[in-house]
Every structure is written in C-alpha cells, then in structure tokens.
Design a protein. Sequence first.
Length: 303
Amino acid sequence: MVAMPASIDETQALLADADYVADRALSTVLFLSLKMGRPLLLEGEAGVGKTEIAKVLASALDRPLIRLQCYEGLDVSSALYEWNYAAQMIEIRMREATGDTARDAMRSDIFSERFLVRRPLLQALDGAPGRAPVLLIDELDRTDEAFEAFLLEILSDFQVTIPEFGTVKAAEPPIVVVTTNRTREIHDALKRRCLYHWVDYPDADRELEIVRRKAPRANAHLSSELVRFVQRLRKLDLFKAPGVAETIDWANALTELDAVALDPALVSDTLGVLLKYQDDIARIETGEGREILASVKRDFLQA
C-alpha cells in the first residue's frame, strides 16, 4: 500500500513520478482533497488533462480506478445498481415448483446480495480500508440536474440507500474526482460538497515538459517549435482550440514522419491531428497558419 502524500511538495512529486506535470495550485488542491477526504471537482476545456489526474492518482497510490463515464440519460440502474431480474424470476419459479412460497422468506432472499448487480458508484463504496478506490465521475455536465441531485448523498456521506436492501456505507470513503467540460453549470449544492479547481491550458514551459515526458522520441527542436505553434494557435478564436492531448498526438505523429522541424507543408498535411473541425483547419491552411509558423521561426532566430 502506497502512503498518502504528507505535503504539497510530495503530492507534486507523486504526480511527476507518474509523468503528470502539475502546477503548484493543482498540487495544493489535490493534497487538500486527499487530506480532508473531500471530492475534487475539476473544470476545464476538453483535453487539458482532467481525466488523466484520476488515472495517475490511482496508479501512483496503487488503488483501483472505478470510472463512471457520464452521458445524457444516465440513470440509477446504470450508475449505482440494478437487480438481476432474470435470476430472480428463475429463483421464484424454482421455489414455486418445490412449494416453498413463504412470501417474507422469498422476498428476503430474492432481494439479497447475490441478486444485486453493482454498478460503478456502488462498487466505489465497497473498498477495503487502506485500499479504497479512486472514483472518477467523468464529464458530469453531460447528465441532467436530477442525476446531480442523486449524487448528493454519495458525495456528502459516502453512503446510499437501496429501498429493498438497506443502506450501504463505505468502510473507507473513496477518493473522488469529478470532471466537467462546463457545457452547462453544475448546481451549487454539488459544488459545496467538493473542492474546486479550474484546469487551464499549461504555459509553454510546462507544455514542453509534458511533451518531453509523453512523446520522448520527438526531436527536441521539433518539440519546442510545435509547442510554440500550439500556444499561439490557442490565442485565435477557433471553434475548438487544441488541448494538451492533441499536442502530444501531434508530437508523436510528426515523430512517425521523421520530422525534425516544422515547415508549411508538414503543418498543412498534419492539421487533422491537431484540429478537429474543418472550419478551423481551413482557416489555418488559408494563411494564418503560415503567419504563426513564421513567427515561431523568427523567435528561434532571435533566441
């Protein structure tokens, strides 16, 4: 069992050892979340590394990762539990065939542990002391407010009540990370139960360090150029600015092409790795991309 970090510096080092380059503010709120046993709500644009934090945390602390991927229409049966109705019906038919039809005994048996199908949220409450899992509730903003309200009991008391079964309470609360891309506002009642952090795009130095760790085969000069290119690209009013994940993908793609530096043709041919909307690609191909690349080249000549 890996011990919890005892300080902000240890938290930052824990993430760095797993190749996650976190700034001081993120390391601080993560340390406080672990120390206080509070869920951590991470907001930010898609691709800035919110989900990766939970994955790295589970790996670094040697704990299971339980992921609830949110989507429109997500309900209790998919997120928390459901009963194995087919097995229950078979059990009822077998009891009827043998004449064992005592109502109370039958009800007690068919709504017992062996017929309960545990979904991610209920699984997260089952962790043993010292091995409580990391629960990732990913992209909560994709669900509706009714599902948010359902989460309140779990995030405040780490327990849930199943009408036919009783109350299930965690022996040790899971480490909870909630992410949202802010496509809609999360209700204040849920926010109050969490510590909050906005995960922003990294600055150039931190993004370059991320590329060095995640795309180690990339040429050093190429990595510097592409990071500066992406940093300038994010300042444009694009439909969807490239995230850190796209920067890493671009570095790996250019490495596969044996590139050692950016040039206009190479940028144009590989924009589909970096940008995901045709309007953005067309805009960069028609001139702005060449201007950005030229400014990046000038920076290196002047350095």
